[in-house]
Design a protein around this ligand. Structure first.
Ligand SMILES: Cc1ncc(COP(=O)(O)O)c(C=O)c1O
Length: 390
């Protein structure tokens, strides 16, 4: 008897590797035996005081409708539009902003707004685990295109070759999880020119979904270009989870590039709210929206992350590891000694140190370290990496 939908089964199948790993990676090891869990981008220290203070202050109701149903709150949209304008130099208006429970939901809204069943979305690989499951849940098709596996830069010709008449979206995640690469303006402009040409050939635009939750986490003054600055058919998704290191606070947005032709911009603006309702009221909680004005100016200590990055890079390269120096994000990506990431991460775990095998990114020879562990955890993990380097 067929009980559940094919697309739910297909969506779940895309998550098999990730769910199995999540269930089993600690193998029931109690916290006190764990020296360092550097697997996921989760906090390992208490939340930022300014985040907590803001939420405490905003929880006190100021009006009877304080906790009424909320869509995208006017003040939150206004704050975001101004902040984006200052950051990217584009003329965002509050109506271009749809407030969402994190980047996850913003990506879902973009997929639902732009894609019909059978439509295709190009994903540079290795890429974040959830794009494919979200696409399968909509009966839409992920098309994977490898990044250059020496530099992890975008392969514009590879993307061009993957385009078909069903291509609706190309996802660009910059700074990039897991490699930490920040794409250059030159490469993004090259991509934009190619997409303009292909869109003209097809008689309808191919969109870029610019997945930017790590936009503000960059090191060494590296310059940032958003695809929205070079390609008008761009939607930006953002999350406050990374900059606040608080992914349990579901807050983010989808923003329409203001350079899009006005008619298209209006159509997307109008559609967003209905799509968010259709997806099950995909708006952030009232409290999170009230806090946006404060949270826009709160950040983890990026300099402390840079120090952790340099400590890990310095130590591990000295022991023979091949790692990519991240320009942004809080991850380090590298080759697993011996070439088998699954085996490597299992053996590292025997020393009480946990990292993510590249199998979760369809790269079985690589692994990812999350720098969200405390400086003490990172220090405590180093002997295990040294022991595994031989
Ligand atoms: C590249 C990328 N996009 C989107 C997300 C989703 O962010 P959030 O959980 O804040 O919605 C993540 C989270 O890990 C991510 O790494």
């Amino acid at each position: 008897m067929k009980l559940v939908s094919d697309r739910a089964v297909a969506a779940a199948a895309e998550l098999d590797t990730v769910s199995d790993f999540f269930r089993t990676y600690r193998m029931g090891v109690p916290d006190e035996q764990v020296r360092a869990d550097l697997t996921f981008g989760n906090p390992h220290e208490m939340a930022l005081p300014r985040l907590v203070e803001s939420l405490k202050r905003r929880i006190e109701p100021r009006r009877v409708d304080w906790f009424a149903y909320k869509t995208s709150e006017e003040e939150a949209r206004d704050v975001v539009a101004r902040a984006l304008m200052a950051e990217l130099g584009l003329a965002f208006e509050p109506e271009d902003i749809a407030m969402t429970p994190g980047a996850f939901a913003a990506i879902g809204v973009a997929f639902s707004m732009l894609m019909d069943p059978g439509d295709e979305c190009i994903i540079p690989m290795p890429g974040w685990f959830a794009y494919t499951t979200m696409l399968r849940a909509r009966n839409t098709v992920p098309v994977k295109v490898p990044l250059d596996d020496r530099t992890w830069d975008l392969d514009v010709s590879g993307i061009e070759r993957a385009i078909t008449p069903r291509t609706r979206i190309v996802i660009i995640n910059t700074p990039h999880n897991p490699t930490g690469v920040v794409y250059s303006r030159e490469r993004l402009s090259e991509l934009a020119q190619m997409l303009q040409r292909k869109s003209a050939d097809m008689g309808r635009p191919i969109f870029i979904l610019s997945d930017e939750p790590y936009r503000r986490i960059r090191f060494d003054g590296v310059h940032y270009t958003s695809p929205a600055q070079v390609y008008p058919w761009t939607l930006i998704d953002y999350s406050y989870a990374k900059i606040l290191l608080a992914p349990g606070l579901r807050l983010g947005y989808l923003a329409i590039c203001p350079d899009m032709p006005q008619e298209a911009r209006d159509e997307l603006r109008q559609l967003a709210m209905s799509v968010q309702i259709s997806l099950g009221w995909a708006f952030p909680d009232a409290l999170a929206q009230y806090a946006v004005a404060d949270l826009e100016t709160v950040s983890i200590d990026i300099e402390a992350f840079r120090k952790k990055r340099d400590r890990v890079l310095g130590a591990l390269t000295q022991w023979g590891y091949t790692l990519t120096k991240p320009q942004g994000t809080f991850y380090i990506w590298g080759k697993a000694p011996g070439g088998d990431a699954h085996l490597f991460t299992r053996r590292l775990a025997e020393h009480g140190v946990y990292v993510m095998p590249g199998t979760l990114f369809e790269r079985p020879g690589e692994f990812r370290i999350s720098l969200t562990g405390s400086a003490e955890m990172i220090e405590a993990s180093l002997p295990a990496f040294e022991a595994m380097s031989a």
